[in-house]
Design a protein. Structure first.
Length: 133
């Protein structure tokens, strides 16, 4: 039997919505206060869902003692209290979910489970996602 486990983690970061292809006036019109040269911040939540069989010896699908430090090192330390536009080179708002989804799986391999998804929640009202075919 396969079951899923979802764990939620939090971090705070800032970014600026700005397109160099647009004029300053167009950027201000389209992005409003989110175009501030000083950026704006969010409290992000990351949900990591892993799916796998129950280990007959431990009764778990994942050892949180392995999962928590993995997410701390691969996600939280990389993004927490960062200005994403400058401190995270691969960051682009449209690619943010992909950056997290492509994190190495080495932290999950030891628990015998397969990572199913990582979802970034920008705010409780919005959640970027990548539609899979």
């Amino acid at each position: 039997m396969r079951i899923s486990l979802t764990r939620r983690y939090h971090f705070a970061a800032s970014h600026r919505l700005h397109s160099p292809a647009l004029s300053m006036a167009e950027n201000e019109r389209i992005y409003g206060k989110c175009n501030s040269p000083y950026g704006h911040g969010h409290n992000y939540a990351v949900e990591v869902t892993i799916t796998g069989p129950i280990d007959p010896d431990t009764g778990m699908i994942a050892n949180l003692r392995d999962l928590d430090p993995f997410v701390q090192g691969e996600v939280i330390e990389a993004f927490d209290y960062k200005y994403l536009n400058e401190d995270v080179p691969e960051f682009q708002a449209a690619k943010f979910t992909g950056v997290l989804r492509s994190s190495p799986q080495r932290g999950l391999s030891g628990c015998g489970s397969k990572r199913r998804a990582k979802t970034v929640l920008n705010t409780p009202e919005s959640s970027p996602y990548e539609k899979r075919r």
